[in-house]
Design a protein around this ligand. Structure first.
Ligand code: ATP
Ligand code: MG
Length: 560
């Protein structure tokens, strides 16, 4: 798969929307019905956001409906926690299924009746072969399969056995119900696919009522048909299942005839979008939970401070294609930055503090300075920030022996403190280990607000927080979970990035950040976008970096 910048796709127009439009124009359908059909065996991830955006988006644009249907056919892996999380995540993304909330389990009785119908028509049979035998007798891509020795059972025997399967007379795996199609078919999906398996398990909705459960292939299309779904949109791996999808629709008295269309799933660089792997990351403790901000889950992205509008925007930009590709994760970062740049209030915080004492600033004096909340939005207003004799600056903004192009603070150098004064470094204090622990500086009172009346320039503007007011906080920085752009799902644990989480335990925040109580992230000037995490306690705020700023260096050199 090639890494592919799909930003050239005409956003809002794609082959599926073209099909829908043509079907409406030709009168094949009077209105469009789509569905988003998650299996509640994990949390939704950003790949699902693509499918949600497509299904709900089409329904919205063409005045139809999109159903939320839980594909709850495997009680062994499915849980109420996942059902609740999926509903919350779809809502958070900004979509509404209205009254159209369904479950494949709503149709278990109907699906069962249709299975009996297939048996009576000689189109399904109970097979006593073991799972292993079924697998070996299925054949390969180049060799046909072998008929089961149980394939020619009488209708009566099949009905009797199938009813006893339902009644719970047999243990797990003892028998299955299969469609009788063609063991020599070139399409392996048509080699007598399994319709029902025996599973003694408690289902989140139907409890212990059922001892047999339908397969995905058998449940899916019929559920679509029952709901009068017009366009059943799924990912490319189901393309080979489409003949089977159609076989059921043709051989059963279903109330409508949905059609299946396939599109390319979302793959993102440095990311694995597989619920199996994401479940392992959680269960093996590689992350703190499904909503760990490093996870590509919607819950993780939400906790990281990513606005839902940025995800909708991202999904629109990547478009919908028929060939698999990998989207550069920077496209996602770009969409997040763009959204936050517009909405986030600007604040000052120091992540790795270095104390600065301004020697010629009178002891005990403080003053308030005015700072803009948003450079491009005067309506966002201003705030007062306190300045005093002691402040914190970023350790990285000072170098004792700077290289030529380093314009920030160094012995003898002058810089601008954002919204405040010019300061010059006079003296460097070190501890016994030789580490810089404090700078002694002087300020020029004539530069209040950040400009010199004599017109002299400085090459850098740095941020700061007054030591008197600063609120100490924990700040968490996140890096990609995987070290390689194309992590291998089969081997993911050896490709985990050991530095995906960096915790800074003594960051200094201007008080407004903590007082804001804002739902969304703020921009910490020159650092990125940060959001309060739910691990915060009253005495100990915790902030997470949603995303960094693109080009910190350029901004600094340009003088902010
Ligand atoms: P996984 O393979 O991670 O287990 P899944 O496809 O089995 O995911 P489902 O709950 O069945 O998960 O997915 C619900 C819907 O979301 C399906 O229609 C599926 O095609 C779609 N979907 C899943 N992953 C992606 C993806 N990466 N990109 C686009 N659509 C996706
Ligand atoms: Mg699936």
């Amino acid at each position: 798969m090639a890494v592919d910048d799909t930003s050239n796709v005409d956003a809002g127009r794609d082959f599926i929307r073209d099909i829908v439009q043509a079907d409406l124009e030709s009168g094949r359908h009077r209105s469009v019905v789509t569905r988003f059909p998650p299996e509640p065996n994990g949390y939704l991830h950003i790949g699902h956001a693509k499918s949600i955006g497509l299904n709900f988006g089409i329904a919205e644009e063409f005045g139809g409906h999109c159903h939320l249907r839980f594909d709850d056919t495997n009680p062994v892996k499915e849980e109420q926690e996942y059902i609740d999380a999926i509903e919350a995540d779809v809502r958070w993304l900004g979509y509404d299924w209205g009254p159209h909330l369904y479950h494949a389990s709503d149709y278990f009785e109907q699906l069962y009746e249709w299975a009996e119908l297939l048996i009576r028509a000689g189109k399904a049979y109970v097979d006593d072969q073991s799972q292993e035998e079924i697998r070996t007798n299925r054949g390969t891509l180049t060799e046909p399969g072998r008929n089961s020795p149980f394939r020619e059972r009488s209708v009566e025997e099949n009905l009797d056995l199938f009813r006893r399967m339902r009644a719970g007379e047999f243990p797990n795996g003892a028998r299955v119900l299969r469609a009788k199609i063609d063991m020599a078919s070139g399409n392996i999906n048509l080699r007598d696919p399994v319709l029902y398996r025996i599973l003694h398990a408690t289902h989140p909705r139907t409890g212990d009522a059922w001892k047999i459960y339908p397969s995905y292939d058998y449940a899916h299309g019929q559920s679509d048909a029952i709901e009068h779904v017009t366009h059943s949109i799924c990912t490319l791996e189901f393309e080979d299942h489409r003949p089977l999808y159609d076989w059921f629709i043709e051989n059963l008295p279903v109330p409508s005839r949905p059609r299946q269309y396939e599109f390319a799933r979302l793959n993102l660089s440095y990311t694995i979008l597989s619920k199996r792997v994401l479940t392992r990351l959680v269960q093996d403790g590689h992350v703190s939970g499904w909503d760990d901000p490093r996870m590509p889950t919607l819950a993780g992205l939400r906790r990281r401070g990513v606005p839902p509008s940025a995800l909708r925007d991202f999904v629109r930009r990547i478009g919908v294609a028929k060939a698999n590709s990998v989207v550069d994760v920077q496209m996602l970062d770009f969409a997040i930055r763009e959204t936050l740049n517009r909405s986030a209030l600007r604040r000052m915080a120091v992540l790795k503090p270095l104390r600065v004492v301004i020697e010629n600033y009178p002891e005990g004096r403080t003053e308030e300075l005015e700072a803009a909340n948003h450079p491009d939005d005067a309506g966002a207003g201003t705030r007062r920030i306190r300045f005093g004799r002691e402040i914190f600056i970023e350790q990285d903004d000072f170098m004792e022996n700077p290289p030529k192009k380093f314009f920030r603070l160094s012995p003898g150098a002058e810089v601008r403190l954002r919204y405040a004064y010019f300061i010059t470094c006079r003296e460097v204090k070190k501890n016994a280990e030789g580490e810089v622990v404090e700078l002694r500086c002087s300020y020029d009172p004539a530069t209040r607000g950040g400009n010199a009346p004599d017109g002299r320039k400085v090459k850098a503007t740095i941020h700061w927080v007054s030591a008197q007011d600063a609120v100490s906080a924990e700040v968490r920085l996140y890096n990609p979970l995987f070290t390689r752009p194309d992590p291998d799902a089969a081997n993911f644990s050896s490709e985990l990035n050991p530095n995906s989480l960096e915790v800074l335990s003594d960051a200094k925040l201007e008080p407004a950040i903590v007082a804001d109580n804002a739902a969304g992230p703020a921009q910490f000037e020159r650092l990125g976008y940060f959001v309060r995490d739910r691990d915060s306690t009253p005495g100990r705020p915790v902030f997470s970096r949603t995303i960094g700023l693109r080009d910190t260096w350029a901004k600094v050199s340009a003088g902010g």
